[in-house]
Design a protein around this ligand. Sequence first.
Ligand code: PYC
Length: 310
Amino acid sequence: MHVIDSHTGGMPTRVILDGGPNLGLGSLDIRAQTLADHHQDFYKSVMLEPRGQAGMVGALLVEPTNADCVTGVIYFDAEAVLGMCGHGTIGLAVTLLHMGRISTGTHKIETPAGIVTVDVHDANTVSVTNIESHQIHANVTVDVPDHGTVSGDVAYGGNWFYIIDPSPLAVTTANIPALADLAIATRDACNARSIGGPNGEAIDHVILRGPDPETGAHSRNFVLCPDDEYDRSPCGTGSSAYLACLAASNRLNPGHEIILESVIGSAYQASYQPGQNGGVIPTLKGQAWIMAESTLIFDATDPFRKGIYL
Ligand code: PYC
C-alpha cells in the first residue's frame, strides 16, 4: 500500500494511493458507509500505532462520480469515517501537487459531504472552499457528569460539532489533558441526550474556544476528534461550523477575514460568503508540508499488523 504523509498545521494526513478496499462506484456517501461498516480493520491498521500515529487522518483516494473533480476522497481517523476534513483537504491538495497530478490553480474534489474547491497557491499553501455549513441550535445547555453544566451551539461543517464558546478552561497546551476530559464527557453527554443533527446525527467533534491574547487572532480552539485525539490544526470542518455560528449570531460579516488558531498555535485565514440555504460557504487558507512517501507492509506474522487496540 503506497501512501504519502503530510501535516497541515501539525495535524497529520496519510493519503492512500493504492491498496485500499474496493468500495464500488456508488455515491461517495454510500462508499463511506461501506468503509465504516465493512472495513474497520483496514482503516485502523493504517491509522493506529505502530503504523500510524496519534491524531492521524487517512484520505482514501477513490474514483469521483462527478467528472469535474480531480479525485474523490473518503477521510477517516482510527475510530470513524468522516464526512469531510479541512486539514486533510489541504494536505491532499499539496500531495496531488507534489505528485504532479494537479498544478497550482483551482480544482474540485468530491467528498461524502459534497464537492469542495481547492485553490492551490504554491507548494504548501491552499485555500479550501467548503460545503455549505450551518448552525443548527444555539445555546444548548448540557449537564456533563463530573464537570457541571456547559452551554454550546450545535453546528455542521461537514462533520457534527458541539461548540463551547467561551471555554470554561483556558485553551492552552498545558490544559490539553483537562480539555480532552471535558470534551469527551461533553460529547458523551450530548449523545446520551440525542443532542445533534436534525436527522439524529450524533455529535462527533467537540470544540472549546478561547481568546488568544498573544497573537491578536480572533480565537484559539481545542477540537476533540472521534478517536479522542485533539486536532493539531485549527480544524477545517470545525472552523466552518464556527463561521456558521458567528454568521448566525451577527458576529461576523460576509467576506471579513479572521484568523482562527489551533491549541498549538497553527492558523487558518477564515472567511465566508452567504450560502443558498441559509448557511455559509466557508473558505479556509492554510499550509501543509509533505513528510514521507512510503510503502506500508502488512506481514501475516506481525501480531500488531492490525494496529494496537487498547
Ligand atoms: O480539519 O476538518 C478538519 C478535521 C476533522 C478532523 C480532523 N481535522
